[in-house]
Design a binder for this molecule. Structure first.
Ligand code: ZN
Length: 234
């Protein structure tokens, strides 16, 4: 799932494989080869390529030869959209300051999480803007989720669970993608990545209800559309 723990997980995978002497390349897809499997110009001795993709248009094939899939998402769609928006704003600011894109300089999700808007509430104007953003993105994210949860060969990772129980979930990911298990090194990776959830901007119960209602409305509409095979009236 877009921008929700992706930096954290890729950092853990890169560190772990590097320590095992498995040579890895990390492809950000969008700024690079835009091909699956990765078609970047990489040295011959690379053992494994990690590639990110948001699959916004739900177009990725789920059975490409030689490719293993990890689908990472957040339990809470509201938190996911919130994290997405916060990162986008951060990137915009960084661009204004003429700093390279966070992906390019290997920004660590942890450092971003810990410095951003902790425990600040949304005021009315800001919440209205967030609602528009949410309306646009949430349905899209649910469709992506619906697609990938059905793909049995995908390693499914819930971000909150990964943070809560890193050893168990990271071991499961490694097993799913055929990387050898080394329990000591998993502990070491945990120390290095320091998994922790930080409270983000807080929504009031009323705001959460508004967002959930909005989402239900959208999902019902999509359901009706599928049933009748016609576009539901607005
Ligand atoms: Zn590539």
């Amino acid at each position: 799932m877009p921008r929700s723990g992706q930096h954290f997980l890729s950092r853990a995978l890169k560190y772990y494989t590097h320590k095992l002497d498995i040579k890895n390349h990390y492809c950000v897809y969008y700024g690079e080869c835009k091909t699956i499997p990765c078609n970047c110009n990489i040295p011959d001795d690379i053992d494994i390529v990690f590639q990110k993709n948001h699959d916004f248009d739900c177009a990725i094939k789920t059975d490409i030869l030689g490719v293993k899939y990890i689908y990472l998402f957040r339990d809470s769609i509201i938190n996911c959209v919130e994290a997405n928006r916060r990162l986008k704003e951060f990137i915009k600011e960084e661009k204004l300051k003429n700093v390279r894109h966070p992906d390019a300089r290997g920004l660590e999700a942890g450092s971003l999480d810990k410095t951003s808007n902790i425990d600040i509430k949304y005021d009315d104007t800001e919440f209205k803007n967030f609602q528009l953003y949410f309306d646009d993105l949430a349905t899209k994210l649910l469709k992506i989720k619906e697609k990938w949860l059905k793909v049995e060969t995908t390693s499914i990772v819930i971000y909150e669970e990964l943070i809560r129980n890193f050893e168990y979930n990271f071991t499961k990911i490694l097993t799913d993608i055929d990387i050898p298990i080394n329990t000591e090194l998993i502990q070491d990776t945990k120390m290095y990545c320091n998994p922790s959830m930080v409270n983000k901007k807080k929504f009031t119960t009323e705001q959460i209800n508004i967002l959930n209602n909005l989402l239900n409305k959208r999902m019902n509409k999509a359901g009706k559309k599928n049933k009748k095979g016609a576009v539901a009236a607005r």
